[in-house]
Design a protein around this ligand. Structure first.
Ligand code: F0G
Length: 456
């Protein structure tokens, strides 16, 4: 096999620098050991998230100049609508400022007090909006997804027995929809198979329950289907994406990931009546139904980003770069979630810091240590992210206690990945000397964003 390289060359650069160890110590302490509270100027390589951090193409920047900043009926809205219909196949769209704007609307529109919303693992904002609407999220992902070392190729698959048992137990009328994410974030960027999705469709058809698709990373999931699922070896990623969408009734999209823009999102729906309600609701919370919180130029960049996101060379390089970092860490013996996911490499903090109990916040601790070593910013995805049980007020203790090294799209080079791997290895070597953290301040909602911690 010959080597291959990124399918682009760099036209504009943004300088970055590493501050000294002493300055990093001061910065992380001031940030309450929460990487979300660091200033980005104090970060050398920023792997906090792949959300809104990708590099736009020259075409997208050209599109920005074509912004039609009309309050109503902007030309760019129609371009966006066309791109969504063409590449995703959903009939109606309501633009939103980002993914959670769409999650808010679908939750308020479809969920009633006392409902249950099954899904293939929770996502922080998605679950919160379901709860705020009076629903209870129920995890119906296969058990393998909760085991970081299990090599199942489709760890985002739904356990059909869990789903059917829930429907029988609660009654179909208590289940407003099934929430299906592609490339499941909290499982480590793991895909759902087409075969499993088809079976979920059959089962939900039987009970007349819609499927709402969290399509934030749908192209990445489609790429894994092409790599791993029999019969799709030669199918273009574009077609796989369309097929996935066709098996669902609507979608929420954070366009800040797959679709290569810095801000934006939408709600897509096939049902006309529900669409009308969403169109009416968006004017209350986001903006008029032809911009929903985005500028005209943002919608144009998004329309172009959608076409680029399903390009074969792009998606191979994108997921390929994540695999490169993951393989390197595996070779170094660092415990990571297997198989390597689509948007990041997830360090298994429970296994790296076995001397810390989950109350000592192993993943939060590891993320802070990683920053201290070489200025690399990552994100906790463990007990802090999982929040509290709304009924009992107790911490939720997820099996997965992870640190996410999330790779922005088209931003960093292979040399950056090498530097990251070396830093993770250095921290791994010192793991036995690492002590835990405790909460110092905890806000009510989505606590991982703003909590502060102190050394134990
Ligand atoms: N769904 C998934 C799967 C996500 O990963 C995110 C955001 C959202 C919904 C919410 O979208 O941020 O545009 O409002 N994930 C980011 C992350 C924050 O870092 O993983 P949003």
């Amino acid at each position: 096999d010959r080597s291959w390289a990124e399918p682009y060359k760099i036209k504009m650069v943004e300088p970055v620098q590493m501050i000294s160890r002493e300055e990093r110590e001061r910065a992380i302490e001031e940030a309450g050991y929460n990487t979300f509270l660091l200033r980005s100027r104090d970060v050398y390589i920023d792997l906090l998230t792949d959300s809104g951090t990708s590099a736009m193409s020259d075409r997208q920047w050209a599109g920005m100049m074509m912004g039609d900043e009309a309050y109503a009926g902007s030309e760019n809205f129609y371009h966006l609508e066309e791109a969504i219909q063409k590449y995703y196949g959903y009939e109606h769209i309501v633009p939103t400022h980002q993914g959670r704007g769409a999650e808010h609307m679908i939750s308020q529109l479809m969920i009633d007090e006392g409902d249950f919303v099954p899904g293939n693992m929770y996502f922080t904002t998605t679950k919160l909006h379901q709860e705020l609407a009076g629903g209870t999220f129920v995890d119906v992902i296969i058990d393998e997804a909760h085991d970081p070392e299990n090599e199942h190729p489709f760890k985002a698959n739904v356990d059909l027995n869990k789903l059917e048992d829930l429907i029988k137990e609660k009654g179909a009328e208590k289940i407003p929809y099934v929430s299906i994410a592609t490339s499941v974030n909290m499982a480590g960027g793991q895909p759902i198979s087409m075969d499993n999705l088809k079976k979920v469709r059959e089962l939900t058809n039987k009970y007349d329950i819609p499927i709402i698709h969290d399509m934030t990373r749908v192209a990445e999931n489609a790429y894994f289907i092409k790599q791993r699922e029999e019969g799709y070896e030669d199918t273009p990623v574009k077609e796989i994406v369309r097929e996935i969408c066709s098996l669902t009734d609507g979608a929420t999209m954070s366009a800040k990931k797959d679709a290569l823009v810095n801000i934006g999102g939408f709600l897509a729906l096939d049902d006309e009546e529900l669409f009308k309600k969403a169109q009416n609701m968006v004017v209350v919370y986001e903006g008029l139904h032809t911009y929903g919180g985005m500028a005209g130029r943002d919608m144009e960049a998004l329309a172009i980003g959608i076409t680029e996101s399903v390009d074969e060379d792009h998606i191979r390089a994108r997921v390929g770069q994540v695999q490169y970092l993951g393989e390197k860490l595996i070779d170094m013996g660092v415990p990571v979630v297997r198989p390597i996911g689509s948007h990041g490499v997830f360090l298994n903090a429970k296994k790296i810091l076995p001397h810390l109990s989950q109350d000592e916040l192993p993943a939060q601790t590891l993320a802070a240590e990683l920053y201290l070593d070489a200025g690399i910013r990552s994100m906790e995805r463990g007990v802090v992210s999982a929040g509290r049980n709304p009924e009992t007020g107790e911490h939720n203790y997820p099996d997965l206690e992870l640190v996410r090294l999330t790779i922005p799209r088209r931003v960093y080079t292979q040399a950056h990945m090498d530097v990251v791997a070396e830093s993770v290895e250095a921290v791994y070597q010192q793991r036995e000397d690492i002590t835990g953290l405790a909460f110092d301040y905890e806000p009510e909602y989505l606590r991982f964003f703003q909590s502060r911690f102190k050394k134990r």
